[in-house]
Structure formats: C-alpha cells, structure tokens
Design a protein around this ligand. Structure first.
Ligand code: DON
Length: 569
C-alpha cells in the first residue's frame, strides 16, 4: 500500500464515529472479592509516607484514611512532586459493596483565564508565565480531596489521618538527594519571591542532604484543614491571603475560584482484557482511554504465536495509535463532548489493528493528525490495600519540579504550575511539546488534560493496584506493568522491569538500559523502528497486589528511587 493510500485508510479507521456501534465501557465496575487479606500493603515513593499510612491503619483507619496519611505526608516531604497546592486522582475500591470510584481532584482554571494572558508581545506562548509563578497555577484540588475522603470513605476523623504529616512537618525529616537536587534546580525561581526563598532556601541554597528540614507553616495549614475542612482552605481569611498574594504577583485567582472548587466523583473506565478487568482513569485523564485502545488492539492477536520481538512490535504500534488519538479528542468531561464509547470500542480497535503491518513499523507521519503529548519529571504515585480489601490507587502532582515555585507567605507549600497542561495558546507547544486545540483550551473552570493513570488490575485470583509518575510516559508504563502482572510477575518485578515507550511523535522508541537485548534492538530496527537505546530511566512506580488464592499480599516500590518503600504488615 502506498503512503497516500495508507493515510486515507488510517484516517477512515481512526475516525471513531465511523467505527460502528459499541457498548459503552465506562461504568462503575463492580467487583466481588472472596475474602479479606487480613494484612495491609502500601507502596509509595518514601518510607516516611508508607509508614504514615501503616500508622493510620494501626489506629483503626482503612485504606482511604491511609490514602490521606500517605498523601499528606508526601505533600510535606516530597514537595517537588505533589502537595497541598496541587491536585490528583484517587481511584478507590470499597470492599463492602464492591464499588470502584474515581475521585477527580484535578486543578481548575481560574475564571479570568483566557489564552492571551500567556502570550508574549509577538503572540507566542510565554513559557516563563506558563510554568513559573502564580499565573501558571490552577485552583488546587488536593485539600478538598482529603476532606472528601475523610467525610465519605474514611473511618477516622480527618485530624487523625493528617496527624503523621503534621508531626513530621513540625519535627522535621532528613533531606534526601532527590529533594535536595530538586530545590537546587528551582533556586533561580525561588529567589524571585521572598516567601518562596524563605521556605525552601537557607542562605540562598537548598538545604543540605541529610540535614533536618522542618516546615511548621505547612503543619499549621494542615491543622487548619483538619479543624475547619474546606472552609479552612477555600474560604475566609486563608483564601483571602492566597488570593491577595497571587494577584499581587501577577496571578488571576479570585475568592470565587476557591470557594467554587469541588472534587468530582466519576465512574472509572473498566476494560476487559483476556479475562482480566482493568479499572482505570476516565477523562480528564487521558490514561484510561489510551490504555483501552492499546489493550483492545492487543486483544485481537494470538500473542502466544509470536516471538518477543513481534510482541514488542505490536505493543509499540498499539502505543503509537493510542497516543495519536490521545489529545485530539480529550478534555474536561464536564465541558467537552468526547467519543469515549467509540474510542473504547473493539470495532474501532480492529480498524486500528488492521493498519498494523506484522513485520514493519508504521511511520507516524502516515497516520493523520499531530498531537505529541506532554512529559515532565515530577509527580507521585502510591498504592494501598488494607486488611479488608479496600484499595486506593493515587497519582497526584504539582506538575513540574516544585510546581510554579510560588509560595504564599506563611502557608508552607508551593502552588502548582498545572496551567501548562492546557493548550494555553492554540497550536503552540507547551514546555513539553504539547500542542492542542479547543478541547483542552484554558477556559474558565476547566480542568487541564492529564496523563495520570491510577489503575486496578483484577483477575480471578490476583488483584493489583498500580500507577506511576512520568508525564506522557505514565500511560505506557502502566500498560507494560499491567501486562507483566497479568503474565504472573510480582509487584517488585513489575516495578523494576526495564521500560520502553512510543508516543506517536517523535517517531522514536525510547528504551531504558536493558529494555531490549542487542539482538532485539537489531530486529526492531530491521522492522523500521527507530530505537533510542539506553536513553535514560523514567518513572517511579509503586504497586501492591493481593493473591486471593494463597491470601498473600505483595508490595513493590521502584528501585529507581532509593527512598521508595513498599511494606506488607
Ligand atoms: O497531569 C499530568 O499529566 C502531568 N501534570 C503529570 C506530570 C508528571 O507526571 C511529571 N512526572 N514525572
């Protein structure tokens, strides 16, 4: 088939509305579990956070209380990745009724948002404004998530679940290398605002590795939230203080933006793949739809008949096609109409599969459209199963390293720079090459499109809770992790596994060291793949699992980060 013909076929095949009638796949995904684990498993990016979760479980809390404790502790000790000034997604499984719920605590665009604010004099995206300072900050969702979790899912009062984080903030904790390096990297931005420099720098430098770092301001902020709930953050004196500081430094937050913020409960996306149910993230995450397309494409192959190189080839081709669709159709589900059922339909996947040559890479420029996704380096994921079988899969973020770098005096936390996940100016790439259009424009109240993909993998005997940071690579990491888990690997093996990634554009397979043998690389190159071997490592995957047959729990934390910690207790 010549290039032109392939383009036309691919265009037809990849138009979801032409793919036929399909049963909608987004549902509440009820699952029934046979027994309770009797013990708990937690994996997070830092031992203090994992221990905070276990402490709250020991006090009589459940997985949802532990999700607050781990999350708030990470907000204190891992500010480079997530925090009170950011947002996230909380995928929850309740053992008592088998229900799965996706709690969307994503940031929202302030009502005064309009694209021109992020343009320079020539109409080009002003990249400083989109990632640094208060104009880059959306309205935070993380505080509201904790209040919601405690009110609707937890067994303990919010103060009980926040207690470990508050204590650690007051008593201090040893600075670890990744934190030190992150603060050092953001030093030039912190020095622009006295409150930021005061919180993060000592005599103009990042706190030394192994020195004890305290943050009494965030302890006060968390205590206020514990006592007053949403009122203590989104309303009253504290809200006014944030709005005044943001506006004085050039931002556009208003009191109404804060008081109007609410988390949203959404139905997760549920996918069936070879007898397994995957419960995952719906829009405003792009992850669940991309995973759905990839698994649906793979489901049509008799994979047992193929060698490892061909299986990798099919995975890469599935990634390429899913990422092409990723940003074209997706945005905030409260405002943007999306062809979710069509994108998740097996018929649509069959069309995509038909365009995959069994032995040859499809050059990305033969597929229609152009939509490379964002990538960035900080965010955090943790996974929890409690003794009753409740589960929490949480990915949360302030977007880039230490978010916007902007701190409101005395609050103890940095505001996110999540506005950069919008297509701030149509067709102009953001800091990570993302271009987008109207579906992901920074309109008042909208949530920016995300790649974060907290997920559950549910089989007859084994259940996994999985997720990772890693920007656009999150989705392929979760994809490969789920495949490895389905193949029988334990969490410790799944999270350590070398990764590879293709995101449609650039048309390159990124591979971690040891992802492919030299022979496999050669074979993939012979098929036409451009393989970028040993490019770097990425991700910080934390996974727990429960084998219901043997009633054993497992926790795996990513060996790429020395502080990460998975425990069963
Ligand atoms: O929501 C998103 O997709 C991004 N803000 C996530 C950023 C991220 O994962 C950076 N990670 N290492």
């Amino acid at each position: 088939m010549n290039r032109h013909a392939l383009l036309i076929v691919a265009a037809l095949l990849s138009t979801p509305c032409l793919a036929g009638q399909a049963a909608p796949k987004a549902d509440a995904g009820t699952t029934v579990q046979a027994a309770r684990p009797g013990k708990a498993a937690i994996a997070s990016s830092h031992q203090l956070a994992t221990d905070a979760g276990l402490e709250v479980l020991a006090k009589g809390g459940n997985a949802f209380d532990a999700a607050i404790a781990v999350g708030a502790t990470l907000a204190v000790i891992e500010p480079q990745s997530s925090g009170i000034g950011g947002g996230g997604f909380f995928l929850l499984h309740r053992a008592d009724n088998g229900k799965n719920v996706f709690l969307d605590a994503r940031e929202r665009a302030p009502v005064e948002s309009r694209s021109e604010l992020w343009a320079d004099a020539e109409g080009k995206l002003d990249k400083d404004k989109s990632v640094n300072g208060p104009l880059s900050a959306g309205i935070p969702g993380e505080p509201a998530a904790y209040v919601w979790l405690a009110e609707h899912y937890g067994k303990l009062p919010l103060a009980g679940s926040l207690a470990p984080a508050i204590r650690i903030a007051r008593e201090g904790f040893p600075v670890y290398p990744r934190l030190h390096m992150s603060i050092e990297r953001r030093k030039p931005v912190f020095t622009r605002w006295p409150a930021s420099a005061k919180l993060y720098l000592i005599d103009g430098n990042a706190p030394a590795t192994a020195s004890v770092w305290k943050n009494p301001d965030i302890a006060d902020t968390l205590e206020r939230i514990a006592k007053q709930g949403n009122e203590g953050f989104y309303k009253g004196e504290f809200a006014a203080r944030m709005v005044d500081a943001v506006r004085a430094a050039g931002g556009i937050w208003s009191l109404a933006d804060l008081s109007d913020y609410t988390v949203k409960e959404r139905d997760p996306i549920s996918l069936d793949y070879r007898g397994w149910r995957i419960v995952t993230s719906p829009p405003v995450s792009s992850g669940g739809i991309a995973l759905g397309e990839m698994f649906n494409i793979l489901a049509g192959y008799d994979l047992g008949k193929y060698d490892r190189v061909h299986r990798i080839h099919f995975n890469i081709e599935a990634m390429r096609r899913a990422y092409r669709d990723r940003a074209e159709y997706l945005g905030d589900p409260d405002y943007v109409k999306m062809p979710v059922a069509e994108l998740l339909s097996p018929l649509y996947a069959a069309g995509l599969r038909a365009s995959i040559h069994p032995d040859k890479a499809t050059p990305s420029d033969m597929l229609p459209g152009y939509m490379p996704p964002a990538e960035s380096e900080h965010t955090t994921h943790y996974s929890i199963i409690d003794a009753d079988g409740n589960m929490a899969s949480v990915t949360k973020t302030v977007n880039l390293t230490l978010g916007s770098g902007f701190v409101v005096e005395g609050t103890g936390f940095v505001l996110n720079d999540e506005m950069d996940d919008f297509a701030l100016l149509p067709g102009q790439p953001n800091a990570f090459g993302l271009v987008g259009g109207d579906a992901n424009a920074p309109k008042p109240g909208h949530r920016p499109l995300s790649s974060m993909t907290p997920s559950f993998v549910i089989g007859n005997d084994r259940v996994g809770v999985i997720g990772t940071p890693g920007g656009s690579r999150i989705i392929t990491m979760v994809f490969e992790g789920i495949l490895a888990f389905i193949d029988g690997e334990l969490p410790a093996q799944v999270v350590a596994k070398p990764r590879y990634h293709h995101q449609y554009l650039p048309d390159v397979v990124s591979a971690e060291p040891k992802a492919f043998t030299p022979e496999e690389s050669k074979a993939l190159q012979a098929m036409g793949h451009i393989v970028n071997n040993a490019e770097r490592t990425w991700g910080l995957m934390n996974m727990v699992s429960w084998d219901r047959k043997s009633n054993t729990l497992h926790a795996g934390s990513d060996p790429r980060e020395e502080m990460s910690s998975g425990k069963v207790q």
